[in-house]
Design a protein around this ligand. Sequence first.
Ligand code: HEC
Ligand code: HEC
Length: 180
Amino acid sequence: MPESYRQCIACHGEQGEGNTQLKSPALAGQSANYLNRQLLNFTNGLRGRHEKDVLGMQMVAISKQLDLNTEVPQITTFLAALPSPTIEHQVTGDLKNGDRYYQARCGACHGGQAQGNPSMNSPKLSGQSIDYLRRQMINFSTGIRGTHSDDKLGRQMAMMSKTSSGKELEDIFYYISTQK
Ligand code: HEC
Ligand code: HEC
């Protein structure tokens, strides 16, 4: 484990498994490319800037203390190589509909099994807390994340977040929760 990851353990866990109570997402098994971009976005005002984004702001302060050229790549290479955590999901829904909606609206970018797709710069969604995913969808659809003019990928996702809500989105989350 890189020395600079030690300060992250309290919230994201020793194995990058995340912590639901602290609302901290899992980072293990996520693409290094995506993690690098988020840490950069936190420091340059693309994410965690909105006054309602209290949790994002927490990460802004932490990211600013990291050296982007040395510590960030060490941390994200370490995290990407860890196995995706096993999460006890508490969600239910209609799996068949969830699969159908997911494949039609999300799968082209995030992969058929929600495993992520580097060529689309799209993060893995499986192995993630559904509470965290739900919050990000709310953040994208209400302009808390993905509005900055330089945040092209965030703006793309903000547009996509408007394709699904309510029961349909819950079915999509249920489908994601069944993927490893
Ligand atoms: C005090 C708790 C806390 C600490 C310490 C902390 N984080 Fe976070 N981190 C969070 C929370 C909460 C979020 C979710 C923010 C949101 O909801 O937008 C987050 C989000 C992230 C994300 C975005 C993940 C994604 O899927 O988009 C990355 C990357 C990240 N943290 C990396 C780190 C690293 C690396 C460290 C150590 C240098 C660290 N964090 C330390 C609480 C913490
Ligand atoms: C056109 C491609 C595209 C489509 C379609 C798409 N996404 Fe995304 N999504 C992205 C990209 C790119 C990102 C990363 C944005 C960034 O870097 O900030 C993302 C990020 C996310 C995140 C944030 C993950 C995290 O760790 O913080 C969630 C949640 C998400 N997408 C869910 C969905 C869901 C659910 C659907 C279907 C309803 C969907 N996406 C459809 C491209 C897409």
